[in-house]
Design a protein around this ligand. Structure first.
Ligand SMILES: *Cc1c(COP(=O)(O)O)cnc(C)c1O
Length: 375
């Protein structure tokens, strides 16, 4: 039997520590001072440094992006029975915290121009559900939603906005960082995100009181008493000092990661644009994406599954576009406003490997496998 030559696996997106070893230095500092847990200097500094980087006044470091969404919903007053508008095309982590609060999601379709929340469907949703309590906006794959249009509508109805910027650290809309338009913004440092703390999240806002309230909830809502006094429900959602150390190091190379992600996107575009039926994710004049993932749609003879299977056979990871929430068995009883933009993106989309550790040789390997399907 002929043995297949083993080649290194190419990942969709994997952790990429700095060449300089910044992360290790900060983590070592935590060891030296025995501030392994719970809190300490890295947590405080990571909050300040991230807030500065995105241009927000305040931030609190949490155990995950999901936890940050949960506390943001609490901070804007979402309670049992409240309606929350949420994009249908997203990761389930956007929608789950709505359920944690026993609130009710209404899912909104995507705009084909941005792949994110469609302002026209949003306006329609406001007319159908005028007592909505909050709007969650997502910046998918590092593309920004059309924030001017969305904020105009939400301000007109006077409803708070939470931005799920888990995938868009490093993405700017008209020169302003995503996650800083609404009342609250959240970021994720999960292992596959543009920078990672091995797991973690951040809640940002200009509202100092809201952020300190979230910090209080994230540490079990312990009152300032000698004994353990609790007047409200609490959560164990705080980021550890070790994780924050990794985050501080990673933040130093965020710009390098965005540059490499952009390079990867441009590489694919140059190599693959001419293939019949292929389209790249939208680009808008207002948008300065972080290109977290390079995503294409296929509308011709070659289907996404063909590409994913061909890549898999060569030990290369790829993935379909998010399956819309209104099509998920868990969420399909909830209402939906819009057409079939998100459904078509799910049917036709593929996320190409966008790992920042990829070499040109590996990028060419990915392109060769894809192009072979058009021969
Ligand atoms: C990753 C992600 C989250 C959740 O972040 P975690 O840190 O993994 O909890 C939420 N929303 C979107 C769009 C994400 O991609």
């Amino acid at each position: 039997m002929a043995e297949k030559i083993k080649v290194d696996k190419i990942f969709l997106a994997s952790p990429h520590m700095s060449d300089e070893g910044y992360e290790k230095e900060y983590v070592e500092e935590a060891f030296k001072t025995n501030w392994i847990a719970p809190l300490g200097e890295n947590v405080d500094n990571f909050e300040v440094e991230l807030a500065q980087k995105v241009g927000s006044k305040h931030a609190t470091a949490l155990s995950s992006g999901t936890a940050a969404i949960h506390l943001a919903l609490k901070a804007v007053g979402v309670e049992e029975g409240d309606i929350v508008f949420c994009p249908t095309l997203t990761f389930s982590a956007t929608a789950n915290p709505i359920m944690y609060q026993h609130a009710t999601p209404v899912f909104i379709d995507s705009d084909s121009k941005t792949w994110n929340m469609d302002p026209i469907a949003l306006e329609e949703a406001f007319q159908k559900y005028p007592d909505v309590k909050a709007v969650l906006v997502v910046h998918l794959y590092g593309l920004s939603a059309d924030m001017d249009a969305i904020m105009e509508i939400c301000n007109r109805y006077n409803v708070p906005v939470i931005e799920d910027a888990a995938e868009s650290l490093g993405t700017f809309y008209k020169g302003q960082h995503t996650g800083t338009f609404g009342d609250y913004g959240i970021f994720s440092f999960n292992g596959n995100k543009i920078i990672t703390t091995s797991g973690g999240g951040m809640l940002v806002s200009d509202d100092e009181e809201g952020i300190s309230k979230a910090r209080f909830w994230s540490t079990q809502s312990r009152e300032k008493e000698r004994h353990y006094e609790h007047k409200e429900i609490g959560f164990n959602y705080r980021m550890s000092n070790v994780a924050a150390g990794i985050g501080r190091g990673q933040l130093k190379v965020l710009d390098d990661r965005v540059a490499k992600k952009t390079y990867i996107y441009d590489f694919y575009k140059k190599e693959l644009s001419d293939l019949e039926g292929i389209e790249f994710m939208p680009s808008n004049v207002w948008d300065q994406p972080n290109y977290w993932l390079s995503v294409i749609t296929l509308n011709g003879k070659v289907r996404p599954l063909d590409v994913m299977e061909a890549l898999e056979a060569e030990n290369i990871e790829s993935r379909p576009v998010w399956k819309p929430m209104h099509l998920q068995p868990f969420f399909n009883e909830y209402n939906y406003v819009g057409g079939n933009v998100s459904e078509e993106l799910f049917e036709n989309g593929i996320c190409l490997p966008s790992d920042t550790k990829m070499t040109d040789v590996e990028l060419r390997r990915v392109c060769m496998v894809i192009k072979s399907l058009w021969k």
